[in-house]
Ligand binder design. Structure first.
Ligand code: UDP
Length: 244
């Protein structure tokens, strides 16, 4: 049985671009703190988006709860405050797992595919999580040869990412949003693989079904303005779609 009392927050263990991770008195659980900091283009563009941390924490908490209900194992335990989430401590697998339903961003650019092209079936891509190298794309063979994950783990990641895609696509559609693409991260808790990191407009591309309006981090990347307002609208719509 997991002790559900909230463990006391201790020292900061790690600070990333958008989040901080704090140790707790229980080594098996950590607290994630969501910042307002926003970065793009591998950290070259930096700013603050007032209120982003609260929105992303709340939206991620809601989406993890939904995914857990649908049988996806995640690191999420509970939302502690507007900006804090209690999660299982995991060893992150150093991969960004990207699922694409519609061409956009780096894929549209690198392969010369017209933005907005809808794929017959989703495309799964992996990047090696390494800022200094610009998160290069890698194949399954790289992942196995460099021992970032086993074949069995990759098979699990692939199955789980595609299932998450179906679940998220459905809920986003209910919220009047097209799920263009998104990024996932996984981590190991003992021998169990859990979905980790966050699911938010920072990590997903979302377009309004009716108008095609960009509702995600591309507003920041492309200086489209009113970033927090659009994130807030995503949160509002997803809450309504899930009746929470
Ligand atoms: N993504 C992310 N973190 C990254 C890279 C990508 O969350 O470090 C997300 C991004 O927001 C988009 C999807 O993954 O929803 C695919 O991103 P893409 O490869 O097109 O990269 P970008 O256009 O951001 O360079």
């Amino acid at each position: 049985m997991i002790n559900m009392a909230v463990p006391e927050k201790k020292e900061m263990m790690y600070e990333g671009k958008a989040k901080q991770v704090y140790a707790t008195e229980d080594s098996s659980r950590v607290i994630v703190y969501f910042k307002d900091d926003a970065t793009a283009f591998n950290g070259k563009k930096k700013s603050q988006i007032s209120g982003k941390g609260e929105i992303n924490n709340t939206l991620s908490s809601i989406l993890y709860t939904y995914l857990e209900e649908k049988g996806i194992k995640t690191h999420f335990l509970r939302q502690l405050s507007t900006r804090e989430m209690l999660v299982h401590a995991v060893d992150i697998i150093p991969l960004e797992v990207i699922v694409r339903n519609i061409a956009a961003g780096s894929m549209a650019r690198n392969l010369g595919v017209k933005e907005g092209t809808v794929f017959k079936k989703p495309i799964l891509e992996y990047s090696f999580k390494k800022d200094e190298l610009g998160d290069p794309m890698v194949s399954e063979d790289h992942i196995i040869a460099l021992e970032w994950a086993s074949q069995e783990q990759i098979d699990f990641i692939r199955r789980t990412a595609l299932k998450i895609n179906e679940l998220l696509k459905e809920i986003m559609l209910k919220a009047g949003l097209r799920l263009v693409d998104f990024k996932l991260e996984f981590g190991m808790r003992k021998n169990e693989m859990l979905l980790a990191d966050e699911i938010s407009p920072d990590t997903c591309r979302l377009w309004d079904v009716e108008t095609g309006e960009v509702m995600d981090k591309d507003r920041f990347r492309k200086d489209l303005g009113q970033v927090a307002e659009h994130y807030q609208e995503v949160l509002k719509r997803v809450k309504k779609a899930l009746s929470v």
